[in-house]
Write a protein that binds this ligand. Sequence first.
Ligand SMILES: CCCCCCCCCCCCCCCC(=O)OC(CO)CO
Length: 302
Amino acid sequence: MRRAGVKKRFLTINKNDDDEDERITFCYCERGSKDSHKPTLVFIHGFSSDKHTWLTVIKNIPHSFHCIAVDMPGHGETTGFSEEQVTADNLVDNLKLFLDELNLNESICLVGTSMGGSVVAMFAAKYPSYVKMICVLAPVPPGEEYETEMIQQIRSGTYNVLLPETHEQFYATADAMTTKKLYLRRLLANGYFKTRLPTLDHHKKILQLAFENDYPNLEQSYSQLKDFTCPSLIIWGRKDQLCAVEGAYYFSNLIPKSEVILFDDCGHLITNDKPKETAKSIVQFLKENHSSEEDSKTDTNS
Ligand SMILES: CCCCCCCCCCCCCCCC(=O)OC(CO)CO
């Protein structure tokens, strides 16, 4: 792998022994191993992105933390899904399968960005016992109240800032999504047009279906978070043009034990614009919330 200590792994799951079509292979990056004293950090990327988006953050997290960044169905090197299967419900349930297979079913901190943040929020609403804490970075807020011009343009088919097709559009996307030039350089270096253009139609289809089927139900899908009692960290960039920063307060009003951090000079791609600050915020949040619980355990034992 590109960074020291981070290994790339594959995990195949047979959902149905009699049917090869129901075999899925997750690809993920892992650093360290499970530690009974600390929650494992599991990272979920956004739409048309992949596990590598987290490397900038993970490299700023102390090595004592077990970290996993997984490619979600329909993305990266995870295989075995058709576009129609990449729905919010499926992403949530397949994430559960993945975690079950790795025995990570009670003490994780689930971290997600953008569409991945939405998946994390829905996962916590549906399977609260799996998580100790969640951290969402600019998840998609529900409804027209929070709808930005960019979301409107994507939804109406006028212009899709998330899937640039020409160099000109690519620069416009970089300008709109990030305050740092790094994003641009990294993607160009990786050959954006070589790696992304072949998947363009595939991602167009996934996004179109998400807007048709999942977007109208977001409020409903998030609603159970009102009973979610685990500590939740909400991170947003003040210069986010895609998911309105006011969404941070939608989530903090919904989730009982939540905390908001807003970054100045930060666009929608938080892992690109504020990798160090994001890592620092997550680690501090983990320490504050996890150690207090350990302390109280020690107190009752003594
Ligand atoms: C298929 C599951 C549906 C889940 C629920 C979400 C439903 C609404 C999706 C539409 C809104 C899409 C905006 C996402 C932006 C994003 O993810 O940005 C990436 C860069 O492209 C950041 O890394």
